[in-house]
Design a protein around this ligand. Structure first.
Ligand SMILES: [Zn+2]
Length: 263
């Protein structure tokens, strides 16, 4: 299997994966979505809530609030030396004390670790009328998306790598391309970014029966798209997910070996 980086941007990275089956690439995709360790609020203790929203509704919104996570400081709760009870290495405290009239934003939270803060400061949590107030303490812990979507670090998907061949320079092909994967300029059809934007919709082929463009795909040749929600920066996201994947593969290998030795 060969993996190379096609593009790495703040909001999206594209990996070219060749020599791997679709099942293997799908495993990688699922690790990017569900296995990267990140912080999210797990418990909320209300001291006061006189707003129109129930405690449960506010707690649910707080749970889905993405928090910046520094994985050089925090470890996965179930792997922590505290045994999953909760300590400074796997949990962080947040507090909220607000009085109306006010729109309550994610940025109104105070945290015990200044490095942990809401990814989207202007995310609205509640609206308070005059005299209403919310006072609470929340505990965020490091978890994984397999346990709850609030611990998902991003979105990932994959498709076959398109190999685009231009046969005739027809402007009509570029006109029908919905993603701009094929462009027409100065009388010529061009394929910017090696065609990574091509969704294999075949609109450019349908327009003239394949007279101008030919698109082929190869078996075991994929593009994996990765978009983080923002808890981790792109570099940390790629690194942490691959480490998690490696660790679980090692664990699986050990279990298979143990079972074999029993027979
Ligand atoms: Zn701990």
């Amino acid at each position: 299997m060969e993996v190379s980086l096609v593009t790495k941007q703040k909001a999206r990275s594209i990996l070219h994966v060749s020599g791997a089956t679709k099942e293997y690439v799908n495993s990688l995709r699922r690790y990017f979505m569900d296995h990267t360790p990140i912080l999210a609020v797990e418990t909320v203790k209300f001291q006061n809530n006189t707003s129109v929203q129930y405690d449960e509704m506010i707690a649910h919104r707080i749970g889905l609030m993405p928090l910046t996570t520094d994985l050089s400081t925090y470890v996965l709760k179930r792997r922590c030396k505290c045994g999953g009870v909760g300590c400074a290495q796997c949990t962080v405290q947040l507090s909220l004390q607000v009085k109306g009239p006010k729109t309550v934003y994610a940025e109104d939270f105070k945290t015990t670790d200044p490095k942990v803060k809401p990814v989207y400061p202007k995310m609205i949590l509640a609206k308070l009328f005059d005299g209403q107030e919310i006072s609470l303490v929340a505990t965020a812990s490091v978890g994984q998306g397999v346990d709850h979507a609030k611990w998902s670090a991003g979105h990932a998907w994959f498709r076959h790598t398109p190999h685009i061949k231009i046969k005739n320079h027809s402007q009509a092909c570029a006109k029908v391309c919905p993603t701009g994967a094929i462009k027409f300029s100065q009388g010529k059809l061009t394929v910017p970014n090696n065609g990574v934007d091509c969704t294999l919709c075949n609109a450019c082929i349908d327009v003239d029966g394949g007279e101008s463009v030919e698109i082929t795909t190869k078996e075991n040749d994929y593009l994996l798209f990765i978009e983080p929600w923002g808890q981790l920066d792109m570099q940390d996201y790629l690194k942490a997910t691959m480490e998690e994947f490696d660790q679980d593969l090692d664990e699986l290998g050990k279990l298979v070996k143990d079972e074999k030795s029993k027979k």
